[in-house]
Design a protein around this ligand. Structure first.
Ligand SMILES: O=C(O)CCC(=O)C(=O)O
Ligand SMILES: [Fe+2]
Length: 298
């Protein structure tokens, strides 16, 4: 059917039309039904773009001092994942700002978090050699259950090497976004050291150039990595307009913000009503969020 400018679905109309234009309709259905989906290789961007991203993460792995990241100094048991994670990527290479503004990333983010969504964080996960699992969790960090069915955060992961069972791909529990809560210790599968069955979740297979996209309620982790080579993805997360983003963008170069324009400035919080001092909030900025109180897509 043709999607009109319908008042009751403010925000959704335009996002849905864009998703249709980009060939994402079946991905949206999979997201609704299972809480995750895979966008096929090189649909979101050509191979040369993924190569640029991968080269950039490899360069960071060579050049960045591991001590620059606090997590690297912690014991493995206390860390969320094996390997190295790289943070605050947009100041390190503008290619990561382009990832954020890519129409596939933005359309999926807006579908899941509403058009008023904000940038939440961008993290490169880098593992080499045989390593253990990432335990079962969802990305709604610090948010108590019951989590809203519509989600407060979402994850759009750009896959930069083949994600297979051997390379330690994501493990996901299909449909868990509807449980609207975090997994308990009793729900950790045996292969992650818990008491639960291993086959409730499944390994998500995705070739280089794919996007693995999931709802912020979806239970996920990783299977053990047994391969020698690198396993790399960049997770771009968005959140709803009222969530406090994990990453601080106040030091992004001005030229980058100017180059990417007002849409980018809004996504990184340039139009946020929160964060005022004595002058109080700007009324226009608050007014812009009224539609988000009427529709989860706005
Ligand atoms: O790659 C991993 O081990 C975990 C990644 C993850 O949990 C995420 O991207 O949210
Ligand atoms: Fe996660």
């Amino acid at each position: 059917m043709e999607i009109g400018d319908w008042k009751a679905t403010q925000g959704l109309n335009e996002t849905f039309r864009k998703a249709r234009e980009l060939g994402l309709e079946s991905n949206l259905l999979e997201l609704e039904a299972f809480g995750f989906t895979v966008v096929p290789p090189y649909q979101a961007a050509p191979k040369a773009f993924f190569d640029r991203m991968r080269d950039s993460v490899f360069r960071l792995a060579e050049e960045e001092d591991p001590a620059a990241v606090d997590l690297n100094l912690q014991k493995q048991e206390d860390r969320p994942a094996y390997g190295r994670q790289f943070f605050h990527l947009m100041v390190k290479d503008p290619v990561f700002a382009e990832v954020l503004m890519n129409p596939y990333t933005l359309t999926l983010g807006r579908y899941m978090m509403g058009t008023s969504c904000r940038f939440y964080s961008q993290v490169a996960f880098f593992k080499t050699g045989a390593v253990g699992t990432t335990h079962l969790h969802n990305d709604s960090t610090g948010m108590p259950g019951p989590l809203p069915a519509y989600g407060n955060v979402c994850n759009i992961s750009w896959v930069l090497t083949d994600y297979t069972v051997e390379s330690g791909t994501f493990y996901m529990v299909p449909g868990s976004h509807r449980f609207c809560r975090h997994p308990t210790d009793l729900e950790q599968p045996k292969f992650m050291g818990g008491p639960a069955a291993d086959d409730l979740g499944i390994p998500v297979l995705a070739e280089t150039g794919s996007l693995i996209v999931f709802h912020g309620n979806t239970w996920h982790g990783s299977v053990p990595k047994t391969s020698d080579g690198p396993r790399v993805h960049v997770a771009s997360a968005f959140c709803r307009n009222y969530v406090n983003p994990a990453e601080n963008c106040d030091d992004l170069p001005k030229e980058l913000i100017e180059r990417l324009g007002p849409e980018f400035a809004q996504v990184i919080g340039g139009e946020a009503w929160q964060g005022y001092h004595g002058e109080g909030p700007k009324i226009q900025r608050m007014a812009r969020l009224r539609p988000a109180q009427q529709s989860q897509y706005a």
